[in-house]
Design a protein around this ligand. Structure first.
Ligand code: MLT
Length: 234
């Protein structure tokens, strides 16, 4: 039977052998939710970049530069990190260079995996279907917050484990922890997450609607995948 594991923080990734695994990177609030939204609205590719200065340089190569630090759009960048910025018609065909506080760092740290996919509640069923068909063991990498565990990414990990559990065996206890967390929260995820540190941070920035949207399952049927350093549709 295939196995599933959950890496609750990118700081723990050295404990896992990713070389033969499909890694699902998740940063629910909001990096991977933005990426999924952007592809659903016709973006051609996204280059995830860990360093903000490196990302800015991509502007001179014709890329739209996007991203945030500590939740706020970076000065001089074209776009920030709200999914609502990636729903316009004008997004079609764009090549985006993207940097975020945690999400793009988690992608960087996952390099070396057999395959890297981008997950969010927005494409939960699409990811589930794909993983059920794939032959490879799975690792969900939660972006967390600056190396620390967060609630929202762990919750998504639990939702994905819950959907796959009948067919795929947990590799250690983290998938079981995540699934139990999800089962206790699933009836009102907004309420459950009201104590999350990043929800508090985003509420201060007045972006409540982003949080609500990022927690809505199955809005899109797309799966971004990393190929030769850039994300494209699978
Ligand atoms: C991140 O990558 O840390 C997040 O996407 C931050 C945010 O919500 O803007």
């Amino acid at each position: 039977m295939k196995t599933i594991d959950v890496c609750l923080s990118p700081e723990l990734i050295h404990l896992y052998d990713v070389s033969n695994k499909t890694v699902v990177v998740v940063d629910i609030l909001r990096a991977t939710s933005c990426m999924v939204t952007a592809f659903a609205h016709g973006v051609e590719s996204i280059v995830p970049i860990a360093d903000a200065d490196e990302c800015m340089k991509m502007k001179y190569k014709g890329f739209v530069v996007s991203g945030e630090r500590n939740g706020q759009k970076i000065e001089g960048f074209d776009k920030g990190n709200s999914p609502f910025e990636y729903m316009e018609d004008a997004i079609k065909g764009l090549k985006i260079a993207f940097t975020t506080t945690n999400g793009t760092q988690a992608i960087e740290k996952s390099k070396g995996a057999r395959q890297i996919l981008i997950g969010s509640f927005l494409n939960l069923s699409a990811i589930t279907k794909y993983l059920l068909m794939s032959d490879h063991n799975i690792l969900i990498v939660c972006a967390g917050w600056k190396g620390k565990v967060n609630l929202e990414d762990s919750l998504f990990a639990g939702a994905l484990v819950d959907k796959l559990r009948k067919h795929i065996e947990p590799d250690c206890d983290a998938p079981i922890v995540a699934q139990e967390l999800y089962l206790s929260a699933k009836n009102d995820m907004m309420k459950f997450l009201s104590t999350s540190s990043h929800v508090k941070r985003l509420n201060k920035l007045n972006i409540h609607k982003d949080i609500e949207f990022c927690l809505t399952p199955d809005q899109y049927d797309v799966i971004p995948a990393l190929k030769r350093g850039e994300l494209r549709l699978l």
